[in-house]
Design a protein around this ligand. Structure first.
Ligand SMILES: [Mg+2]
Length: 226
C-alpha cells in the first residue's frame, strides 16, 4: 500500500514537530517535507508532490489562506487541511472558499488529526467537530432571519426507515459538533462502537464523510439544529 505523503507548513517549530510525530507514528503516513511560511508552499509542493498539505493560518510572510489560494491556482488537486486557532465561521468559510478540504483546530486531539488526514487523502472533507457546530449555528441564524420560515425548514423528520434509533442519536450528536470520544461518553458506549455507528450511517446515507452526513441531514431536517 502506498503511503500518504504529507507536507506540514507552520511557523512554530515545536508544534510542527508534534504534528509530525503523531503522523509519522501511523504506518501509512509519511511526512515528506516541512515549511515555516506560506510563501514556501508552492515550492515545496512542486518538489515533493504530496497527497496532503497541512497548513497553519497565521504565519509571518504569507498566511495559510493566501498560500492555499496560490497552491490551488497552480495545483488544483492539492488537498489542503487548514490548521487554525480560529473557530469562527468567517475564517472557515474563507478557507473553504479558497479550496481547502479540511479545517482543524489546534485544540484537536491526535485522533482527529489522523482521521482528518485519512479522510482528506481519500477525497473527502473534514471539519473539526466544533467548526461543524459553528457552521450549523450559522445556518440556523441565516434560516431564522429568512422571514421566520425556520420552523418548517428544520422541522425534524428522522430517517427512521434508514437509520436505527441509535444511529439517529449519533447523527444528532455529530451535528452538535461532538467528537467520537464525546459521543461515547454521552451514550455510554465505547469509542469503537461510535466509530462503527458512524461508518454505518455514512454507508446508509451514501455519503463519504461525517461533514457530508451532517450537511445532508440538516438539509433534510433529519437533525435538530440546536
Ligand atoms: Mg502560526
Amino acid at each position: 500500500m502506498e503511503k500518504t505523503r504529507i507536507i506540514i507548513i507552520d511557523d512554530h517549530q515545536l508544534f510542527r514537530e508534534g504534528v509530525k510525530r503523531i503522523l509519522d507514528f501511523e504506518t501509512n503516513f509519511e511526512v515528506v517535507a516541512e515549511g515555516d511560511d506560506g510563501s514556501q508552499a508552492v515550492g515545496l509542493v512542486e518538489a515533493h508532490q504530496p497527497d496532503v498539505v497541512i497548513m497553519d493560518i497565521n504565519m509571518p510572510t504569507l498566511n495559510g489562506v493566501e498560500a492555499t489560494g496560490q497552491l490551488i491556482d497552480q495545483y488544483p488537486d492539492t488537498k489542503v487541511i487548514i490548521l487554525s486557532i480560529h473557530d469562527d465561521e468567517n475564517y472557515v468559510t474563507h478557507a473553504l472558499k479558497t479550496g481547502a478540504r479540511g479545517y482543524l483546530l489546534k485544540e484537536m486531539d491526535s485522533e482527529q488529526l489522523v482521521e482528518a488526514v485519512k479522510v482528506v487523502a481519500d477525497g473527502g472533507s473534514y471539519l473539526h467537530p466544533k467548526v461543524t457546530h459553528n457552521l450549523v449555528k450559522e445556518y440556523r441564524r441565516l434560516a431564522t432571519s429568512n422571514a421566520g420560515t425556520i420552523k418548517k425548514e428544520v422541522e425534524v423528520r428522522r430517517p427512521l426507515h434508514l437509520l436505527t434509533r441509535r444511529e439517529c442519536e449519533v447523527l444528532q450528536l455529530l451535528a452538535d459538533g461532538k467528537s467520537n470520544r464525546n459521543i461515547g461518553e454521552i451514550l455510554f458506549i465505547s469509542e469503537k462502537t461510535v466509530k462503527n455507528h458512524v461508518s454505518n450511517i455514512l454507508t446508509k446515507m451514501n455519503v463519504n464523510d461525517r461533514t457530508q452526513a451532517v450537511v445532508v441531514s440538516i438539509k433534510n431536517g433529519w437533525v435538530e439544529v440546536r
